[in-house]
Design a protein around this ligand. Structure first.
Ligand SMILES: *Cc1c(COP(=O)(O)O)cnc(C)c1O
Length: 258
């Protein structure tokens, strides 16, 4: 298991400060959008369970992980099961098809944010069929479409031009999945002095195309974008889910992201 690092991190303070910044960015945006207040997903990857319990104790419910094995361990961890009964796990990493059955059966899995093609959609849809058969109270699995807005080879995601088609596929062919919106990671280290983040512009344009093609209210289709360095800018551009890790839990030992 992962141990607490030498320097103690104040997760509660980190969450409170992040929520305050979300509030402020949201209040600035209100004039132009009726989208819901952004949801904070606290990204706890590589961080120990006791820090998650700390965050949970002040009301944080949504946590994100992007390594499957780590999510499996944490979601089944006895301390988490005992102290964080209403935790909502978001899977935000690359999902290999052979791990799907492990993921869909996790306690308190709330959403898979990284559906990027029809093959993965089909596999999740099929796997959820079995979950439903065993637990009739589980209706659908929440998913987002991950879009590779930066076109980088190492980033996962469907091409922006395919977003509408993948949304159609999910709505028409995957009755066990509830596609709630779109997500991007984007290029790291955008220099905001050069203007708005092109990844956020691209994701909002996919969002817009999906809404207009399917006659959806833009406020009802979620947009997951923005991390520690840029969640405020992301909210100003329309984000409704921010995924914040290091500024809550402290820096990670190694910087190798999804
Ligand atoms: C690690 C990670 C984050 C959080 O990044 P920070 O810069 O630590 O806030 C957000 N989204 C994804 C997909 C990640 O892998």
């Amino acid at each position: 298991m992962i141990r607490r690092t030498m320097t103690e991190v104040d997760v509660k303070l980190g969450i409170r400060q992040t929520l305050a910044k979300i509030d402020e960015a949201y209040s600035k945006r209100l004039k132009t959008s009726n989208a819901p207040k952004p949801l904070l997903v606290a990204v706890s990857k590589t961080k120990p369970v006791d820090l998650i319990v700390d965050g949970y104790s002040i009301g944080q419910r949504d946590f994100g992980e992007n390594y499957i094995q780590e999510l499996i361990e944490k979601a089944n961890n006895p301390t988490i099961l005992e102290h964080c009964k209403d935790i909502r796990w978001h899977f935000i990493g690359r999902l290999q098809t052979n791990k799907i059955n492990k993921v869909v059966t996790l306690p308190n899995l709330h959403m898979v944010q990284t559906v990027h093609n029809t093959k993965l959609a089909d596999a999740l849809n099929k796997a959820w069929e079995k979950v439903k058969a065993a637990n009739p109270d589980k209706q659908t699995l929440n998913v987002l479409i991950q879009i590779n807005t930066s076109g980088e080879d190492e980033k996962s995601g469907t091409e922006p031009a395919e977003a509408v088609n993948l949304y159609r596929y999910l709505s028409e062919k995957c009755p066990n999945l509830n596609c709630q919106g779109v997500m991007t990671i984007g290029r790291f280290g955008h220099d905001y002095s050069t203007g708005p983040n092109p990844d956020f512009i691209e994701l909002m344009s996919c969002h817009q195309r999906i809404c207009s093609t399917f006659g959806k209210d833009p406020a009802e289709l979620l947009v997951s974008m923005g991390m520690s360095d840029d969640f405020v800018q992301a909210i100003e551009m329309g984000s409704t889910i921010v995924r914040v890790g290091s500024s809550i839990f402290g820096a990670r030992a190694k910087k190798n992201e999804a």
